[in-house]
Design a protein around this ligand. Sequence first.
Ligand SMILES: Nc1ncnc2c1ncn2[C@@H]1O[C@H](COP(=O)(O)OP(=O)(O)OP(=O)(O)O)[C@@H](O)[C@H]1O
Ligand SMILES: O=C(O)c1ccc[n+]([C@@H]2O[C@H](COP(=O)([O-])O)[C@@H](O)[C@H]2O)c1
Length: 191
Amino acid sequence: MGGTFDPIHNGHLVAASEVAQSFNLDEVVFVPTGKPWQKSNVSPSEHRYLMTVIATASNPRFTVSRVDIDRDGATYTVDTLRDLHKKWPNAELFFISGADAVEQIFSWKDVGQLWDLAHFIAVSRPGHELSLLGLSGEHVSLLEVPALAISSTDCRARVGRGDPVWYLVPDGVVQYIAKYGLYTEEATEHE
Ligand SMILES: Nc1ncnc2c1ncn2[C@@H]1O[C@H](COP(=O)(O)OP(=O)(O)OP(=O)(O)O)[C@@H](O)[C@H]1O
Ligand SMILES: O=C(O)c1ccc[n+]([C@@H]2O[C@H](COP(=O)([O-])O)[C@@H](O)[C@H]2O)c1
């Protein structure tokens, strides 16, 4: 599952858990983006990586990969999937995306090459219609998951306002955000 995870929240974790169960996956690899070229004002990748590690540590089927944060330049899924194939040459790869991300997929780099590299699983997300959008069912599957109306944008805004993010993100992530003062005006000024 690729994402900017700024911060990782329970919507990501529920989606990953549901896909792992429905598709009988051996492992879900969370891949935090290095430089997500379609997003601005993103927190430093090491913070996003560490929050992802903290959030996933207790689940034996969840792991985190550094391939995107260790690669120079903009993050493209075509490179992510090639790197994961190099690491696990015999694995069958699935790429988990929310309905909103799939809506944007035609703007991704080398989109035509993605289908040979992984099977895409689009999960439902409140506020977005879950549909194939003309994509082939051979390459993309749709899965309804429990609706959690949580976004990283909202979590950042809540922290900025001094509102709690308990139960929206895992407890360790709440504490990590507080420890490093992420998403406060002061932290944003120093990015
Ligand atoms: N609540 C959710 N339910 C289902 N899928 C989600 C949810 N939140 C995020 N996703 C999916 O997880 C992947 C990574 O999301 P990302 O890290 O960009 O989180 P986000 O909440 O969308 O962040 P932001 O608000 O900063 O754009 C994307 O494919 C996205 O569609
Ligand atoms: O390949 C691309 O051009 C591309 C463009 C935008 C997003 N993505 C991927 O989509 C995933 C979710 O991205 P984001 O920005 O919504 O967190 C993440 O793995 C990104 O690398 C990929």
